[in-house]
Design a protein around this ligand. Structure first.
Ligand code: GTP
Ligand code: MG
Length: 359
């Protein structure tokens, strides 16, 4: 595909779509389910000004924990004693609370569903909530963590089964393994084990919202997001920035690919991407186009790329690139085969190193 084939709305078209769709008219809600999901809602309330004004809802089967978290709205699923690691119980609790869930979902366009897979509540209730949300006509975006390998086979199996169910109801899912945090520990040893996963998941929500609601000279909107997403696909979100005038676009793109799992996965089969580029007055249109072109080069021939850009004066020499790439894996089944193989290879390498010291 040549640069001329990258989809780029004209400025007039972009203005039109802005008129049709006022940025505030996209009703966005964020649901955090289970301990991890509701903890993340608590973090958003306390630390993320930008997201704290969205409708944030914490749901859990564990009443004691739900009382501890800060959230605009809370929904207790069932009698309040937790789901003790049983996804079947989490599912049942959510099905029995359907009316309460519908009440909170009603009227939303875009719903983010956050949770940790592997336990009872998140794993069991998330697919039920996704199903209800899809039925209500919302665009459903799953943002979930996978258990650490060291948490055991049962938890990973639960996680996979939960994701297979979510795949049917979510329009897109961003899945970040908690083990990913361990890879980064040496870089920020102060952080608790899970912090990196949490940051990646929260960033991905912020980035998707920024991409679709921030106005631009050439704007990307909610309809563009829907255009690149089919059903249940796995998607990756990344962000990068640079102010090195010699190759700032290259650097920002490189960073964006490194900021999630994008650096480790083969995206040559991916079918769609949103690329939003912002920069100070010095940023040129051809730089923005170059960013889209660079993403395009890593993707399949049939990839559909939607480019948006804007000038933000206070960025001065800085450029920022936001990426949303869809179809990064064929499906959940294929993702797990890839992930398990990758972990086994890593463990083999580690074993080799230890053998060296032992021999
Ligand atoms: N990143 C991150 N992951 C977490 C955290 N707490 C739990 N997890 C992960 O999420 C998975 C599910 O754990 P919980 O959220 O505690 O489980 P739950 O959904 O409340 O389910 P039950 O308590 O069994 O009903 C775990 O296996 C962990 O891998 C956290 O604070 N941060
Ligand atoms: Mg729990």
């Amino acid at each position: 595909m040549g640069p001329e084939e990258i989809e780029k709305k004209t400025e007039e078209e972009s203005e039109d779509s802005e008129v049709l769709q006022d940025v505030n008219s996209v009703n966005i809600k964020i649901f955090g389910v289970g301990r991890f999901g509701s903890n993340l809602i608590d973090h958003l309330m306390q630390e993320k000004e930008k997201l704290s004004n969205k409708e944030l809802i914490a749901l859990d089967t564990d009443e004691e924990h739900l009382n501890e978290v800060a959230a605009k709205k809370k929904v207790l699923l069932g009698p309040g004693h937790g789901a003790i690691g049983d996804p079947g119980m989490g599912e049942k609790r959510a099905v029995n609370s359907k009316d309460k869930i519908v009440e909170h979902i009603e009227g939303s366009d875009l719903i983010f569903l956050i949770g940790g897979m592997g336990g009872g509540t998140g794993t069991g209730a998330l697919p039920v909530i996704a199903d209800i949300a899809k039925g209500e006509g919302a665009c459903v975006f799953g943002v979930v963590a996978l258990p650490l390998i060291s948490e055991g086979k049962k938890r990973m199996e639960n996680a996979k089964n939960g994701l297979l169910k979510m795949e049917k109801s979510c329009h897109a899912m961003n899945v970040i393994p908690n083990d990913r945090s361990l890879n980064f520990r040496s870089r920020s040893s102060q952080d608790p084990v899970f912090k990196m996963t949490e940051d990646i998941l929260i960033d991905s929500i912020e980035e998707v919202i920024d991409i679709i609601i921030k106005p631009g000279l050439v704007n990307i909107d909610y309809n563009d997001l829907r255009t690149i997403m089919e059903d249940g696909e796995l998607l990756m979100v990344g962000k990068g920035e640079s102010q090195d005038l010699n190759n700032r676009i290259e650097e920002a793109i490189e960073q964006a690919f490194n900021s999630s799992l994008l650096d480790e996965i083969d995206i040559s089969g991916s079918k769609g991407a949103l690329v939003r580029v912002t920069g100070g007055e010095s940023m040129t249109v051809s730089e923005a186009e170059k960013a889209a072109q660079m993403v395009n080069e890593r993707m399949g021939e049939d990839a559909r790329i939607i480019l948006g850009y804007d000038v933000e004066e206070d960025l001065e020499e800085m450029v920022k690139v936001y990426l949303v790439i869809t179809n990064v894996h064929q499906d959940v089944e294929e993702f797990f085969s890839w992930y398990v193989k990758k972990k086994i290879d890593e463990l083999r390498k580690e074993l080799k190193t230890w053998r060296y010291f032992l021999d």
